[in-house]
Design a binder for this molecule. Structure first.
Ligand code: ADP
Ligand code: ZN
Length: 597
């Protein structure tokens, strides 16, 4: 098995559970595989496909992804095909002919086609060794991406009782898991569950001040690399892309309001590397298997923690260090609350409020974000190492904010719980202001009692009190600040309150974070290799990562192989790629070495 792994895929070792899963499949057991994005699920059916006598049928929801996967397999010398509505009838029937002759090891099929009686009958005439159901959560209404066509997969067990099935998903919730097993009619599958930790991703939450400038610095830090920026609305995706383009970035918008053609054009540009940045609504992502997305930004607070995990999950599929940054403001939470409170269905409203509360708590967290995420998904995270999320990188300093908080809360109460944050800050700082005078608020005892603090500092204290649920933001059109029930209790009992220290304006948490696995390599050589990769990819009309992933190029730029023998040792170099590309890449490396010498 290890030999085949190197020969076809160019890898030296299995990732956690891959070997166990492959063993189960080869022993004709049904298997359910729950692994995070980038965990290496594909290999769990691709390697068995090479070893089993007949053909492996892969069910996959997205036509765009099928082509990508098939291109990758072919680049590794595997006889792979797909049958779907994007090919001509002639091409599809050609594939069927080759299937009859036993010339194909893996074929990708869309679920709607698979369920057709004609196609089922066809399958009965060929030797099927394995069914692999990719993105298996699509079968469940409880999942985040239900596809009714997946329901028809229940015919498989009836028509092919002897053929083993492997179902794979990056969704870990128990409900979805049960649903998959039940819908597919598999009895007693072996269940394989790996940790959902993504050690190569760093998580941080930044205050949403100067979000645009902060985004620009992040993008400069990741110059030439791929980034996805998730926005709240369609309009926002367009405005942001335009601003970024004006700043010289290659950025395009993507949202559900665009035509299918426009959307796939944007996707293709992103996958091919013509555009580095996508500003998108959450409509973007399912169809994207791009392994080298280095940065995922949430320009607004995401709506749910599950969504956040899925969206950030699109970063760093190849295992290289990648960054996830979320811009957070209490105003976003307020905006969502107003939306939610307008929902007519009470059940929906309740559910949405619970979800909002969960993501809000994540944003306001002062402890490890990675552990919080994993615990949310039901993992025991005590022993998980992090050190790379913002809170682990620069632990939040707390101070005794009892007096400050009392002053702020009494100002809210004394002014009648009817004003916004800005106004109350003006009162606390003793501003000379017509409105304050007209309301006779300069006569209050709280007037000017915090004049030694800057607006910026006070604004942060307000946010912390809102985050802690001691103050609340309410109102329809203009948010006003009121005392929350917890705030009232604390104020009455004169309990002490510890809050994070407000930060100076320029010092938002932006320490560079280094994730694990970032071994040094020769950057100039890496860039030359990327250049070569780009030109081969353009020639062959495939995405660059089909030729070699960044992991392989970095390995070349690290160990600098100058012979075929040493080139063959590189991660991702199998027999086929050695033959096809070895000489070209070796020439670039040898030229580089001799000019550098
Ligand atoms: P998933 O489908 O779980 O999101 P993939 O199957 O796309 O993950 O694999 C993610 C990445 O890991 C790919 O770039 C793949 O080439 C790589 N990979 C998979 N298995 C191994 C392995 N055993 N050794 C090294 N790299 C691997
Ligand atoms: Zn952490």
């Amino acid at each position: 098995m290890e030999q085949l792994l190197k020969k076809y895929f160019g890898y030296d070792a299995f990732r956690p559970l891959q070997k166990e899963i492959i063993d189960a499949v080869l022993n004709r057991k049904d298997a359910l595989v729950l692994m995070p994005t980038g965990g290496g699920k594909s290999l769990c059916f691709q390697l068995p496909a090479l070893m089993l006598p007949g053909v492996t049928i892969v069910i996959s929801p997205l036509i765009a992804l099928m082509k990508d996967q098939v291109d990758s397999l072919r680049a590794n010398g595997v006889a792979a095909e797909y049958i779907n509505s994007s090919s001509t009838a002639a091409a599809n029937s050609d594939v069927m002919k080759r299937l009859r002759k036993g010339e194909v090891k893996i074929v990708y099929v869309a679920p709607e086609r698979l369920a057709l009686a004609d196609f089922q009958n066809f399958l009965k005439t060929i030797n099927v060794s394995l069914f692999a159901i990719d993105e298996a959560h699509c079968i469940s209404q409880w999942g985040h991406d239900f596809r009714p066509e997946y329901r028809s997969l229940n015919v498989l067990r009836r028509n092919f009782p002897e053929v083993p099935m492997i179902a794979l998903t990056a969704t870990a919730t128990e409900k979805v898991q049960e649903d998959i097993v039940q819908q597919l009619r598999v009895t007693e599958p072996q269940i394989f569950l790996t940790s959902f930790n993504r050690p190569n991703l760093t998580y941080s939450v930044l205050p949403k001040r100067d979000a645009f400038q902060s985004t620009v610095s992040l993008l400069r830090e990741h110059a030439g690399q791929s980034a996805i920026i998730y926005c709240f609305s369609r309009n926002e995706t367009e405005v942001l892309s335009e601003k970024l383009r004006a700043d010289g970035f290659k950025s395009l918008a993507y949202h559900a309001g665009m035509s299918a053609d426009e959307r796939s054009a944007v996707q293709d540009k992103f996958i091919g590397g013509a555009t580095h940045i996508i500003t998108a609504t959450i409509a973007f992502g399912m169809g994207i298997d791009k392994p080298d997305v280095r940065l995922v930004v949430h320009y607004n607070m995401p709506k749910t923690l599950e969504g956040y995990y899925q969206e950030t999950g699109r970063a760093g599929r190849d295992g290289l260090p990648s960054k996830c940054v979320l811009f957070f403001s209490v105003a976003d939470k307020y905006k969502y609350s107003t939306f939610i409170n307008e929902m007519s269905d009470e059940e929906e409203r309740k559910k949405a409020n619970v979800q909002l509360d969960q993501i809000f708590r994540f944003c306001a967290l002062t402890t490890c974000r990675r552990k919080h995420l994993l615990e949310y998904f039901g993992e025991k995270a005590d022993s998980v190492e992090c050190a790379t999320c913002d809170n682990c990188q620069s632990p939040v300093e707390l101070f005794d904010a009892t007096i400050d908080s009392q002053k702020i809360m009494s100002a809210v109460v004394r002014t009648g719980q009817r004003y916004g944050k800005g106004y109350i800050i003006d009162v606390l700082r003793g501003k000379d202001d017509e409105k304050i005078k007209a309301r006779r608020h300069e006569e209050l005892t709280v007037f000017g009692i915090m004049r030694d603090q800057s607006v910026h500092q006070l604004s942060q204290l307000f946010d912390f009190l809102l985050e802690r649920g001691l103050l609340a933001m309410v109102g329809d059109k203009y948010p006003i600040i009121q005392l929350a029930p917890d705030g009232l209790t604390i104020l009455k009992n004169r309990e002490s309150i510890a809050l994070p220290k407000p930060r100076e304006k320029s010092k938002t948490r932006e320490k560079p974070q280094k994730a694990k696995g970032n071994l040094p390599y020769d950057e100039d050589l890496f860039q030359e290799l990327r250049q070569l990769r780009r030109s081969i990819a353009a020639e062959q009309n495939v995405p660059p990562y089909i030729i070699f992933g960044d992991v392989s190029l970095q390995a070349m730029a690290r160990s600098v192989p100058t012979s075929r023998g040493s080139f063959a040792q590189i991660h991702g170099v199998g027999e086929r790629k050695l033959d096809q590309y070895g000489d070209q890449f070796l020439k670039v490396i040898n030229d580089y070495v001799s000019t550098a010498a």
